[in-house]
Ligand binder design. Structure first.
Ligand code: FES
Length: 107
């Protein structure tokens, strides 16, 4: 279980309890943060886009080639930053306790 600090698109802040072993996207979607996860975590829609806090970038597993390609694709439509991640590609574990992120814009 990891507590995740989430800033919404409207600037509101929330703390969510995320269960180990599931994708971060599932927690964000189920909590009504605006993350849709339309493709169900197949790295094919970009609707789970988040900006992670700068100090968390290097603590997360590196992006796969598929995630990088999807981020480049949505970058044609929305702002993608060096801190952008697809939350469906981040599996929750205890090591993510305190992860801070902002819900990103989606295509
Ligand atoms: S849920 Fe579709 S890319 Fe993450």
């Amino acid at each position: 279980m990891a507590e995740v600090r989430v800033t919404g698109r409207d600037g509101s802040e929330r703390r969510l309890e995320a269960s180990n072993g599931i994708a971060l996207m599932d927690t964000l979607r189920d909590a009504g943060t605006g993350v849709e996860g339309t493709c169900g975590g197949a790295c094919a829609c970009g609707t789970c886009h988040v900006y992670v806090a700068q100090n968390w970038v290097d603590k997360l597993p590196p992006k796969s080639e598929d995630e990088q390609m999807m981020l480049e694709a949505i970058g044609e439509l929305v702002e993608v930053r060096s801190t952008s991640r697809l939350s469906c590609q981040i599996q929750i574990s205890d090591t993510l306790a305190g992860l801070a992120l902002e819900i990103g814009p989606v295509p």
